[in-house]
Design a protein around this ligand. Structure first.
Ligand SMILES: Nc1ncnc2c1ncn2[C@@H]1O[C@H](COP(=O)(O)OP(=O)(O)OP(=O)(O)O)[C@@H](O)[C@H]1O
Ligand SMILES: [Mg+2]
Length: 264
């Protein structure tokens, strides 16, 4: 079992387990003068997967951009283990242990799998880079036979695995995944969420996923946030959200969850 990829128990003033906690507190963010998300509190801790679901235009991507210093934050904070990282650029967040896997352009199509992993670790010395590659191949054994494949020739699921592997090269504690299943078939969606994203959480990472494919994501999530019109309308276990009678309407009609039933 590799140690450097396992962030659980790696110290820091995090949650009860002694791991890592990323949270937003009252985050209000948007573009120019326009506030798109309002007073958003979300959280993810080591060894768990939190998902943010909600209809088109709800503000899910804006939330991620707010967390990653990619858009304007009007109010509130982003905290890593109690320390503010609000508005910090991606490079600094990466050094602090937060990896971001964007929805698109997350791999180099014209490079082989191994070269993609090397790119993810280009800041490392050669020996550490090789160690991390070995660790990635242990987390995703399916990649082992494919290290010489050109990523452009691979399936959407294999490409996402390569993208996650590339992000793993810097041994992050938190992984922020923006719609990892966008454009994938239902079968590959299940593979990416269950056999990749969930595996990262089970390996001790704190995994925060924004997903449009709500049902598949909620089934695997430890905790879920439903965003509607820029606000968190419901925060509960994935199962509770799935079983909530208003969910169909939220996703089909963009309506809000009845306030009395939203749990905290
Ligand atoms: N660059 C931008 N400038 C101005 N407004 C934007 C920008 N990007 C998004 N918005 C607006 O912010 C709102 C929320 O968009 P956002 O992309 O965060 O939603 P989303 O929940 O990610 O939607 P989807 O499920 O379609 O990806 C929308 O009204 C959108 O028009
Ligand atoms: Mg989006």
């Amino acid at each position: 079992m590799p140690t450097s990829l396992d962030s659980a128990g790696s110290g820091g003033a995090g949650p009860a387990s002694g791991g890592t906690r990323l949270r937003t507190r009252g985050l209000t963010a948007g573009y120019g003068d326009i506030r798109v998300i309002h007073d958003v509190d979300v959280e993810v801790t080591s060894g768990t997967m939190s998902v943010v679901v909600g209809p088109n235009g709800a503000g899910k991507s804006t939330l991620l951009k707010g967390i990653l210093g990619l858009t304007r934050v009007f109010e509130g904070q982003v905290e890593l283990n109690g320390q503010s990282v609000t508005g910090k650029p991606l490079e600094q967040l990466a050094k602090a242990g937060i990896a971001y896997v964007p929805q698109v352009d997350d791999v180099f199509d014209t490079l082989r799998v191994r070269e993609n992993l090397e790119m993810g670790g280009f800041l490392l010395d050669k020996a550490t880079r090789q160690e991390r590659i070995d660790e990635v191949l242990e987390v995703f054994p399916d990649l082992r036979r494919k290290t010489r494949r050109f990523v452009g020739s691979m399936s959407g699921g294999e490409r996402k695995m390569t993208a996650f592997g590339r992000a793993l090269m810097l041994a992050p504690k938190v992984m922020v995944l923006d719609e990892p299943t966008a454009g994938l078939s239902p079968a590959l969606t299940q593979v990416v969420l269950a056999e990749q994203a969930r595996v990262l959480a089970d390996r001790g990472k704190a995994v925060l996923v924004v997903e449009q494919k709500a049902k598949a994501a909620l089934e695997l999530a430890d905790w879920a946030y439903v965003m509607v019109q820029g606000r968190v309308a419901m925060s509960a276990s994935g199962r509770e959200v799935l079983d909530h009678p208003d969910m169909a309407e939220v996703f089909l009609g963009g309506g809000a969850v009845a306030p009395g039933r939203a749990t905290g």
